[in-house]
Design a protein around this ligand. Structure first.
Ligand code: RB5
Length: 143
């Protein structure tokens, strides 16, 4: 699976840990920045990652800012993106199973980093359930 990943400065440290984890899992990835802890604007990175996923350059996206909130708002403004902000493994499983989320948002300053890696695994390993959830996801895409 090709995964696009991006963060602002608040998510940079966790992004580097997620990248290492993705490498260990044998995933292909494209890192869209940022590349340091220097202050940058999260909408730029949320948009870049979301456009990579919506445009078919990556199958899934992972975005990280301090809380995960700002960068998930940015990602969800791009047509075709369903970005779930997750703070637990159960939320990651459910945003895949029920929302067919194609992007995951994490908060680098508010989440234990070991838990964050478990959330990444759940996001990548859980299938969409389809069925009644298909119709609702279609409704989201029509908004
Ligand atoms: C940056 O200081 C911070 O506002 C950002 O990382 C994020 O938490 C916004 O939602």
């Amino acid at each position: 699976m090709l995964i696009a990943i991006a963060s602002d400065h608040g998510g940079y440290e966790l992004k580097e840990k997620v990248k290492e984890h993705l490498r260990e899992r044998g995933e292909k990835m494209v890192d869209l920045g940022t590349n340091s802890k220097e202050s940058v604007d999260y909408p730029v990175y949320g948009k870049a990652c979301a456009e990579a996923v919506a445009g078919g350059k990556a199958e899934r996206g992972i975005v990280i800012c301090g809380t995960g909130i700002g960068i998930s708002i940015a990602a969800n403004k791009v047509k075709g993106i369903r970005c779930g902000l997750c703070t637990s493994v159960e939320m990651a499983e459910l945003t895949r199973a029920h929302n067919d989320a194609n992007m995951l948002a994490l908060g680098g300053r508010v989440l234990d980093h070991r838990l964050a890696l478990k959330i990444v695994d759940a996001f990548l390993d859980t299938e969409f359930e389809g069925g009644r959830h298909r119709r609702r996801v279609d409704m989201l895409d029509e908004l």
